[in-house]
Design a protein around this ligand. Structure first.
Ligand SMILES: NC(=O)c1ccc[n+]([C@@H]2O[C@H](COP(=O)([O-])OP(=O)(O)OC[C@H]3O[C@@H](n4cnc5c(N)ncnc54)[C@H](O)[C@@H]3O)[C@@H](O)[C@H]2O)c1
Length: 339
């Protein structure tokens, strides 16, 4: 049988998640090839390219986009660069996988969505939880009517402690733009067709109270009211000392689904100290299956030219609108109506 031609992927941003995505393309996907890496930090692209046996590395995105035969790009730069690079890549005719958040303003989100529409290229955003088996099965149960109409919905992100980052290096409002954005997408996705109408967010610096004066926030709780009557809660904290804890729950008129487990596996140790489990410590361990499945789905969309059951630019915009509403709510210390 003739071998299927691989989809040629370029990686933009060779940092923490970009390196992991690059490794996924090289080691975990069978029908895609990583052909080039770009990163402006001296040596970063070359180092990753060398590690993954990729021939081409660039410090300039334009050079990567001109790489012969390139079909698609993965954008894994810091968030503030996403929209411009996305538009640049779309205008070069490349299919886009963009890490979250796709943009930091609704204007940039609209610009990115419009550019992809005009170019006719797939635009997928990195809301990987949708591919986690438990979350995917939860959504399937909701679609099958097994829990009736959603009434109470919950999603949480607790990043693993100890918290070692420098708060001064974390952009303002990151907890909403980059952390809870996953939960916003999850809540919207688990409540199909419902539109958020009101948001009330509270946030604080409980992990690093010393940094609060500069606007740093590491803990937040968000209430969201939807137009189908359901109410959701999203919460986040940057320092769960017991591990990387991601969970979701939908309670409906006919039952409930719960998703996510901080325990690494069902192996439970019984010893002189009692009963214990190891826990997830890193997103790239916990979600390796989901991260791989999202890129496999993306590669298949590059072949067909269309996304199938994947988060789009519009989904990214909807999640961003919630993040922006949260920022307004925290700033005004009051509930706000969602745009
Ligand atoms: N979906 C997830 O679970 C997940 C997990 C981690 C990070 N992310 C997202 O991925 C993005 C990157 O996060 P990270 O933790 O890998 O950051 P990082 O700081 O580790 O890496 C970013 C890299 O991008 C490079 N870069 C900066 N400007 C660039 C440009 N103009 N062109 C090309 N490369 C450029 C930097 O030199 C750096 O190597 C963020 O938006 C973050 O929210 C998503």
């Amino acid at each position: 049988m003739p071998k299927i031609k691989p989809v040629n992927v370029g990686l933009i941003g060779a940092g923490r998640i970009g390196s992991f995505h690059g490794e996924t393309v090289v080691r975990r996907l069978v029908d895609a090839e990583l052909v080039a890496v770009a990163d402006p930090a001296p040596g970063a692209a070359a180092k990753l390219a060398d590690k993954l046996s990729v021939d081409a590395s660039y410090t300039d995105v334009a050079d990567l986009l001109a790489h012969p035969g390139l079909d698609a790009v993965i954008i894994a730069t810091p968030a503030r660069f996403h929209a411009n690079i996305l538009v640049q890549a779309v205008e070069a005719g490349k299919a886009i996988f963009c890490e979250k958040p796709m943009a930091l303003t609704l204007e940039d989100a609209d610009r990115a969505i419009a550019a992809a529409r005009v170019a006719g290229v797939p635009l997928q955003v990195g809301f990987n939880r949708r591919w986690d088996q438990a979350f995917a099965e939860g959504r399937a149960a909701i679609d099958a009517g097994k829990i009736g109409a959603p009434q109470l919905i919950r999603s949480l992100t607790r990043d693993p402690g100890p918290f070692g980052a420098d708060p001064d290096k974390i952009p303002l409002w990151t907890i909403f733009y980059e952390t809870l954005i996953h939960d916003f997408d999850t809540l919207l996705w688990l409540n199909p067709g419902a539109k958020p109408i009101e948001v009330f967010a509270m946030a604080d610096a409980l992990v690093r109270p010393d940094a609060k004066g500069k606007g740093f926030l590491d803990t937040a709780v968000v209430n969201i009211r939807f137009d189908n009557g359901s109410v959701a809660v999203a919460e986040a904290n940057f320092c769960a000392m017991y591990g990387y804890d991601i969970r979701g729950e939908v309670f409906g008129s006919g039952g409930m689904v719960t998703m996510g487990d901080v325990r690494r596996s069902s192996m439970t140790l019984f010893d002189k100290d009692g009963v214990s489990n190891d826990t997830w410590r890193r997103d790239t361990d916990h979600f390796v299956q989901g991260y791989t499945a999202q890129l496999a789905s993306f590669v298949s969309s590059v072949r067909t030219g269309e996304l199938k059951d994947a988060p789009t630019g519009s989904d990214a915009r909807n999640a961003l609108a919630l993040a922006l509403a949260c920022i307004e709510s925290v700033s005004k210390k009051q509930p706000v109506i969602v745009e």
